[in-house]
Design a binder for this molecule. Structure first.
Ligand SMILES: Nc1ncnc2c1ncn2[C@@H]1O[C@H](COP(=O)(O)OP(=O)(O)O)[C@@H](O)[C@H]1O
Ligand SMILES: [Mg+2]
Length: 272
């Protein structure tokens, strides 16, 4: 498997949000997309699977232009896991939600194979026991697993995960990231994950793509992308960086934004 994204540009109305994004993703790789809020991470994921049509640029999957593919064929390649489950009044059961992942393969009715793949996706995520529960009755972490199971049932080759750890406590963050890593190693998938936590990103991702206002600031190994100067430049925050066993450990310095507790107290005193 090889994914090439070359010079992607996208605008909402007149404002350009992606300004020529390029990178490559290979078999069994996890690419972390990082960058401040509003830098274009979600838009990039949606342009890769053509939920949004890029204005310019190419997405090539094994040499084939994804823009020219049928919608259902695109769904056999990319499994999109949104940031949060879309909970509506008639939220489906967990089983129904995961079965929806079989949509690209279903003609008139679901086959025994579709049911079998749904159960095995639920089993892979360890959530068979929730099968008949409604999505709205699950915790954020459990919902996130259901959405990943749906992408698995879809037999996608590349997972596109949009901030899969937001709203989760540390244990569940690690659990979701471990699931992603296992799927990449044992099921032969690749993944592109938009993520805010730079430490988690550097532990789990093979490569990072750093965006700022729709432009690629850097792409490469976490220890090459995450430098003190670049984090200051892009996020405006002072950090300490230690490299431990080839991993980047980032500590945010509390006086970074002039909003340490003592500063806030003196600001409030001046106001009073
Ligand atoms: N539907 C939309 N219509 C207009 N502008 C949008 C829309 N969605 C996102 N944007 C804008 O596009 C930019 C990138 O957004 P997004 O891709 O969601 O960034 P991120 O995921 O990095 O936070 C932001 O400035 C955001 O306000
Ligand atoms: Mg986003």
């Amino acid at each position: 498997m090889q994914l090439i994204v070359d010079g992607l540009r996208f605008s909402y109305q007149s404002s350009e949000v992606l300004k020529g994004v390029s990178f490559e993703l290979n078999d069994h790789e996890i690419l972390g997309v990082i960058g401040p809020n509003g830098s274009g991470k979600t838009t990039l994921l949606k342009c890769i699977n053509m939920v949004l049509k890029p204005k310019q640029g190419l997405v090539l999957f094994d040499g084939n232009d994804v823009k020219r593919m049928e919608r259902l064929d695109v769904a056999k390649i990319f499994g999109y896991v949104p940031q949060n489950a879309q909970l509506t009044f008639d939220t489906p059961t967990v089983f129904e939600c995961v079965l929806m992942g079989r949509r690209p393969y279903v003609s008139w009715r679901c086959s025994p194979e579709d049911f079998e793949k749904t159960w095995s996706a639920l089993a892979a995520l360890g959530i068979e026991r929730f099968a008949m529960r409604r999505l709205s009755e699950l915790s954020s972490g459990e919902q996130q697993k259901v959405l990943i199971a749906r992408a698995l049932a879809q037999e996608a080759k590349v997972l596109l995960l949009d901030e899969p750890t937001s709203n989760l406590d540390i244990k569940h963050q690690l659990e979701v990231m471990n699931i992603m890593k296992d799927l990449v190693i044992f099921k032969g998938l690749s993944a592109i994950v938009a993520i805010h936590d730079l430490n988690l990103a550097s532990i789990y991702c093979d490569k990072l793509l750093l965006l700022r206002e729709g432009e690629v600031v850097a792409v490469g190994k976490p220890k090459d992308v995450l430098t003190v100067e670049r984090i200051k430049d892009v996020y405006g925050v002072d950090v300490d960086i230690e490299i431990k066993d080839d991993r980047v450990c980032i500590t945010v310095l509390p006086n970074s934004l002039n909003c340490s507790p003592s500063n806030l107290i003196s600001v409030n005193r001046k106001k009073a």
